[in-house]
Design a protein around this ligand. Structure first.
Ligand code: AMP
Ligand code: MN
Ligand code: MN
Ligand code: MN
Length: 303
């Protein structure tokens, strides 16, 4: 089967075989890295990045599974950072893996996650979730670092909220008791780790933070000044008018466009590769960056 070439510009209406934002059991995803790669292959994807939260522990397995099935797997991670009191995510696309400051940074992130979980647990105990840490660990089902989704599911299991969405809306989302972000590095620090590791820093899902257009512009300015080179023009499904507006903001700042589903688990509204169509835009795809050239060429037909 010939591998569909990735376009060097967005003409509009493209159906692409690339997804640069997905999770596995190394963080809060449901599929193992191998299982995720198999699903991506079944869905016709040729190029993917595994972007687990603050860890690259699943990358080795995913790369190996990709090599076995002719799918180009790009080492990556999604760093938790903070900017002006908001918890922001930065995807690092890392063709050379994690080195130096990033390798140390990932150790610090794991430690921060552990400390954060203790704080979140204490706060949720105040609203009636006894033994919150143990319950979240039970939901995680493994020793991987805990995330807020584990606490959300623990709240649901204890009957304190009807569903995960309500758990975030009432207790874990932005500004709520369980939103503990003081332990994360500043946005510019996360970007620096990625750049010094030979990677490309991508601002994840910039439309998900409900920022005004002006504040989103300030964020993109700061991100670019810190060394960030791209933002996710498409993250899952989003409004087409807002997408075009974001494209204008990227173009004005000479930022590249990345895209991804932010897939976490099967059975939801998202699958690997599922996302809104790209608009016709002059913003260049992130895969035209020279640092990704060797990786882009790696996909080969399955033997
Ligand atoms: P953490 O990495 O521990 O800060 O948790 C953030 C993760 O929680 C995100 O990556 C999503 O997977 C999940 N999440 C955030 N908001 C919601 C929401 N409203 N409903 C369900 N899951 C969410
Ligand atoms: Mn997540
Ligand atoms: Mn994210
Ligand atoms: Mn994500």
């Amino acid at each position: 089967m010939p591998i569909p070439a990735l376009p060097v510009r967005f003409e509009g209406g493209d159906s692409l075989s690339i997804d640069l934002h997905m999770h596995s059991t190394a963080s809060d995803g449901a599929l193992s890295p191998t299982g995720l790669v198999a699903l991506c292959r079944d869905r016709g994807l040729t190029h993917i990045a595994l972007t687990d939260h603050d860890t690259m522990d699943g990358v080795g397995e995913a790369v190996q599974a990709g090599e076995a099935s002719g799918l180009a797997v790009l080492p990556a991670t999604e760093l938790s950072t903070q900017w002006r009191g908001i918890n922001l995510h930065v995807v690092g696309l890392l063709p050379e893996g994690a080195r130096g400051a990033l390798a140390e940074g990932l150790v610090a992130q794991a430690d921060a996650r552990e400390k954060r979980a203790v704080t979140i647990a204490a706060r949720l105990e105040k609203i009636g979730l006894d033994d919150a840490l143990a319950r979240a660990r039970e939901q995680a089902g493994s020793e991987r670092p805990l995330g807020r989704p584990d606490f959300a599911r623990a709240l649901v299991a204890a009957g304190l909220v009807p569903d995960v969405g309500t758990a975030f809306a009432k207790h874990l989302g932005n500004g709520k008791a369980g939103d503990v972000k003081a332990l994360w590095p500043h946005l510019r620090e996360g970007v620096r780790w990625i750049v010094e590791s030979g990677g490309i820093a991508v601002l994840a899902h910039p439309l998900r933070h409900k920022l005004t257009r002006r504040k989103r512009g300030l964020l993109l300015d700061d991100f670019g000044a810190a060394g960030g080179r791209a933002a996710e023009l498409i993250s899952g499904f989003q409004n087409a008018d807002v997408t075009r507006d974001l494209a204008r903001q990227l173009q004005e700042r000479d930022l590249l466009a990345s895209l991804g589903s932010d897939f976490h688990f099967p059975g939801g509204h998202l699958s690997p590769g599922s996302m809104s169509p790209l608009p016709r835009t002059a913003v260049a795809p992130v895969w035209t960056h020279p640092r990704l050239a060797a990786w882009i060429d790696r996909a080969a037909p399955a033997a």
